[in-house]
Design a protein around this ligand. Structure first.
Ligand SMILES: Cc1cc2nc3c(=O)[nH]c(=O)nc-3n(C[C@H](O)[C@H](O)[C@H](O)COP(=O)(O)OP(=O)(O)OC[C@H]3O[C@@H](n4cnc5c(N)ncnc54)[C@H](O)[C@@H]3O)c2cc1C
Length: 476
C-alpha cells in the first residue's frame, strides 16, 4: 500500500512487530515464538523483489542438511537429506522401486506448485469467475483437487514410514492428509526440492527485514495500540479507536485492512449488524490445530540432536483423530522439537541449547491449566531423553509454556487456534472467509484466516492479494 503511494499506519497490540512470529529473549536464550520452518524461499524472494529488494539485503539464509530428523517407533530414526539423490537412495533402501516413483510423484508435485503458487494462491477468492482460466480448467485433473493427499501418496508408495513422511508437510496447512486436497502435494515439492532453510539470527530476521523495509517505505508503526472499536457510518468504516497506555486514541482512514484474527475483528470490533459471518458460521469452520508449546533453555549442548526433529514415535492416526474428530487432549501425542542453537551460535549462551517443543492439539479445549501443561511436558521430556540418549530435564535453566489461553489473550485467537483455518476442500479459495467485508465497503481482511491460508508464505501472499484488491477498488 505504501509503495502505491498510500499513507499507511499500522496499529499493533504488542510492543514489537511479528505477531505469531514474535521473538522471546530471556536469560541469554533467543526463541522464535511461532514459525520455525523456512520453506518456499521463492515466496520470500518474490516479496522483497516486489519492492526492488532481495532477501539478502535484509538477512542471510543457509540450507539445512539434513533437512530434518524423524524419530519412528522403536529405536529407529531417519535423517532426511537435503540432497535429492541421497533422498532417493534412502527411499530405495526402504522400499525397492520407490526412488523412481519419487521422481514421478515430484514431477506432478512440481506442476501443482507451479500452478498453485503462481496462479491459484494469488486469486482473491471474491468470485468463481477468477478461476475461469483456460490453463486452470484444462489442468484441473492434473491438479487433483478432488482426491486426498493420503490417497495420492498411497498410490505411489506402500511403506508406512514413506507415506507418513510425505503426509507430514500438509500438516502445515492445518488438516490431516486424508482431508487435504491432493493439490497440496505441492508441499512435497516445497519440502524436497525447495528445501528447509534457516535465516541467520532466526525466523525473527524475516520480521526485522519486513519492518525495516516498511519503515523505508514510510509506513508508520503504532505499537502498544490495541484496537477496541471500528466505528461505522453508512456502511463505511470511519474511525478506529485504539487503547494506548490506558488512553483511547482515534484514527481515521479511507480504508481499513484487518490483519488481526478475522473472527476477532468481526465479533469484537464492529457492530453485530455489520458482520459478514455469524457465530454459527464460525463454529462450523474446521480450524487448524492449537499448540502446546514449551521454550526451554539448557545449560549444556546435545550433540545427538538435529535442528528440526519430528517425534513420530506414536500413532499419527490416533493423535489426528484427537485433534479433529474427538477434540480431546491427546493420550500419547506426536511432537516436534526445534533447536536453532544447533545451527546458530547467537541464539543461546555459549555451551547451551535453546529448545522449542510443540504438541499440536485440538482448538477450543478447556482446562488449559499449569498442571496439565506440566503433565504433557514430563511426558514428552521422558520420550525426548530416551531418544536423545542422555538426561535433559536436570539441565533446564529456563522454561516457559505457551498454549490456548495465551493464544487467546495475546492474539485474540478464535478458539485458541495457532495456525488459523484448515485448508480443506470446503475451505479453499472462494469458500474461505472473504478478504473484503460483504457489508462494510472499505473494510478488508488479510492473514491466515482468509485467502490463501495458514503459514508465513501464504500470509505474505495474503497481504499482496488484498493490497491489490484495495488499489483496484480505490483509484483516487
Ligand atoms: C507455534 C506456531 C508455529 C508455526 N510454525 C510455522 C512454520 O514453521 N512455518 C510457517 O511458515 N508458518 C508457521 N506458523 C504459521 C505462521 O506463523 C502464521 O500463519 C502467520 O505468522 C500468521 O500471520 P498473520 O499475520 O495472519 O497473523 P498474526 O501473526 O497473528 O498477526 C496478527 C496481528 O494482529 C495483532 N492484533 C490482534 N488483535 C489486535 C487488536 N485488537 N489491535 C491491534 N492489534 C491486534 C496481533 O498482536 C498480531 O500481531 C506457525 C504458527 C504458530 C503459532
Amino acid at each position: 500500500m505504501a509503495k502505491a503511494g498510500w499513507q499507511v499506519i499500522v496499529l499493533e497490540k504488542h510492543h514489537t512487530p511479528g505477531g505469531r512470529a514474535r521473538q522471546l529473549s530471556a536469560d541469554g536464550f533467543v526463541f522464535d515464538m511461532g514459525p520455525s520452518w523456512y520453506w518456499m524461499p521463492d515466496v520470500f524472494e518474490h516479496f522483497f523483489n516486489s519492492f526492488g529488494k532481495k532477501v539478502s539485503d535484509y538477512y542471510q539464509l543457509k540450507r539445512l542438511d539434513p533437512s530434518y530428523r524423524v524419530y519412528w517407533p522403536g529405536n529407529e530414526a531417519m535423517d532426511v537429506p537435503a540432497d535429492y539423490e541421497a533422498l532417493k537412495h534412502l527411499f530405495e533402501s526402504i522400499e525397492p522401486g520407490s526412488g523412481a516413483r519419487l521422481d514421478q510423484f515430484l514431477k506432478e508435485a512440481a506442476y501443482k506448485y507451479e500452478v498453485g503458487i503462481n496462479k491459484l494462491v494469488f486469486k482473491p477468492g471474491q468470485s468463481l469467475s477468477e478461476f475461469l482460466d483456460i490453463d486452470l480448467i484444462t489442468g484441473i485433473l492434473k491438479l487433483d483437487v478432488f482426491n486426498s493427499v493420503s490417497k495420492h501418496v498411497s498410490k505411489y508408495f506402500q511403506d508406512a514410514r514413506i507415506r507418513q513422511l510425505l503426509g507430514f508437510p500438509v500438516l502445515f496447512l492445518g488438516a490431516l492428509p486424508q482431508k487435504t486436497p491432493a493439490l497440496y502435494s505441492l508441499m512435497n515439492y516445497a519440502d524436497i526440492k525447495g528445501g528447509t532453510w534457516y535465516p541467520e539470527g532466526g525466523m525473527y530476521s524475516i520480521v526485522n527485514g519486513m519492518h525495516q523495509l516498511a519503515l523505508e517505505l514510510g509506513v508508520q508503526f503504532c505499537f502498544d495500540h490495541e484496537v477496541q472499536e471500528i466505528s461505522i457510518e453508512k456502511n463505511t468504516a470511519k474511525n478506529i479507536i485504539a487503547k494506548h497506555s490506558g488512553e483511547l486514541r482515534t484514527f481515521s482512514a479511507d480504508v481499513v485492512i484487518g490483519g488481526a484474527d478475522y473472527h476477532h475483528i468481526e465479533s469484537a470490533l464492529i457492530p453485530e449488524a455489520y458482520r459478514s459471518y455469524s457465530e454459527d458460521y464460525w463454529d462450523k469452520r474446521v480450524m487448524a490445530p492449537g499448540c502446546l508449546i514449551y521454550y526451554v533453555g539448557l545449560n549444556k549442548k546435545l550433540p545427538n540432536l538435529q535442528h528440526h526433529s519430528l517425534f513420530f514415535d506414536t500413532s499419527f492416526d490416533v493423535h489426528g483423530r484427537e485433534i479433529y474428530e474427538t477434540k480431546q487432549w491427546p493420550a500419547n501425542p506426536l511432537f516436534y522439537v526445534c533447536a536453532s542453537s544447533v545451527s546458530d551460535d547467537t541464539v543461546a549462551p555459549e555451551g547451551c541449547e535453546n529448545l522449542f517443543f510443540l504438541i499440536p492439539v485440538a482448538t477450543g479445549l478447556s482446562n488449559d491449566s499449569e498442571a496439565l501443561r506440566n503433565y504433557y511436558f514430563d511426558m514428552i521430556m521422558e520420550r525426548f531423553e530416551q531418544r536423545i540418549g542422555e538426561p535433559v530435564a536436570e539441565n533446564i535453566v529456563y522454561k516457559k509454556s505457551f498454549a490456548h489461553s495465551d493464544f487467546v489473550s495475546e492474539y485474540h485467537s478464535f478458539k485458541g487456534n495457532a495456525y488459523g483455518l484448515a485448508n480443506t476442500l470446503w475451505q479453499t479459495a472462494i469458500l474461505k472467509p472473504a478478504c473484503r467485508s460483504k457489508k462494510i465497503k472499505n473494510l478488508f481482511f488479510t492473514g491466515q484466516l482468509t485467502v490463501p491460508g495458514p503459514g508465513v508464505p501464504p500470509s505474505l501472499i495474503s497481504g499482496e492479494v488484498v493490497s491489490r484488491e484495495v488499489i483496484k477498488s480505490y483509484q483516487f
